[in-house]
Ligand binder design. Structure first.
Ligand code: MN
Length: 235
């Protein structure tokens, strides 16, 4: 009789351990399911783009603005079909009248791309296939730079300037207001974004105030052309 009792105590103990293990596992996967979009880590320090983009702007921009868009995107997709899609698909499938998704899916994706196409000790000019495509699409690097800078300078109010590639590897430049994005339905842009510049005042006002043109010139000193080239080649 004692043996049976001991046996059942051991078994119930094992069952409880198993139940708590399964429970912990369920909690972990529930947490992952609740937050499908994660803010990617910056590949460089906040001060790494000095003197062109200052550390304080980078810190506030990444840890407050971009983190905020990420949190609001996760809240906006919670319990919807969008929570199971990659961000590119969310942007392609969303309705423009869905303001929460439009602002925050855009804000999430746009900043992800913006951070990754900049870096310390970068700038200069693109090489190889991308350099050839720029010459073919715009005439020369200088003409491309002038056209991109104009798109960034003339975007009224808050927005973004984009370099996109279409299925035939042709490049185009466009700009969008607010957090709109070339992948969304109903923007005038065509193709897949490979490079972007944030021209919201929060991206430059601490250092440049009203001088958006100086900020655009500085951006060209930190562009990571190797990364833009990877985006162009579809790597
Ligand atoms: Mn921004």
């Amino acid at each position: 009789m004692k043996k049976v009792l001991l046996f059942s105590v051991v078994i119930s103990g094992l069952l409880m351990m198993f139940a708590s293990y399964v429970g912990a596992d369920e909690k972990t996967s529930a947490k992952v399911a609740a937050d499908p979009f994660v803010q990617p880590k910056l590949n460089y320090a906040y001060n790494a783009l000095e003197p062109y983009i200052d550390a304080k702007t980078m810190e506030i921009h990444y840890s407050k603005h971009h983190a905020g868009y990420t949190a609001k995107l996760n809240a906006a997709v919670k319990g919807t079909k969008y929570s199971k899609m990659p961000i590119e698909k969310v942007l392609k499938k969303m309705k423009m009248k869905n303001a929460a998704l439009r602002n925050n899916a855009g804000g999430y994706y746009n900043h992800n791309l913006f951070w990754e196409i900049m870096g310390p000790k970068k700038g200069g000019k693109p090489k190889d296939k991308l350099a050839k495509a720029i010459d073919k699409s715009f005439g020369s690097f200088e003409k491309f730079k002038a056209e991109f800078s104009k798109a960034a300078a003339t975007q009224f109010g808050s927005g973004w300037a984009w370099l996109n590639v279409d299925k035939n590897k042709k490049l185009s430049i466009c700009s969008t207001p607010n957090q709109d994005n070339p992948l969304m339905p109903g923007t005038k842009c065509k193709g897949k974004p490979i490079m972007v510049l944030d021209v919201w005042e929060h991206a430059y006002y601490l250092k440049y105030q009203n001088k958006r043109g100086d900020y655009i010139d500085s951006f060209f000193r930190v562009i990571n052309w190797d990364k833009v080239s990877d985006n162009f080649c579809g790597k």
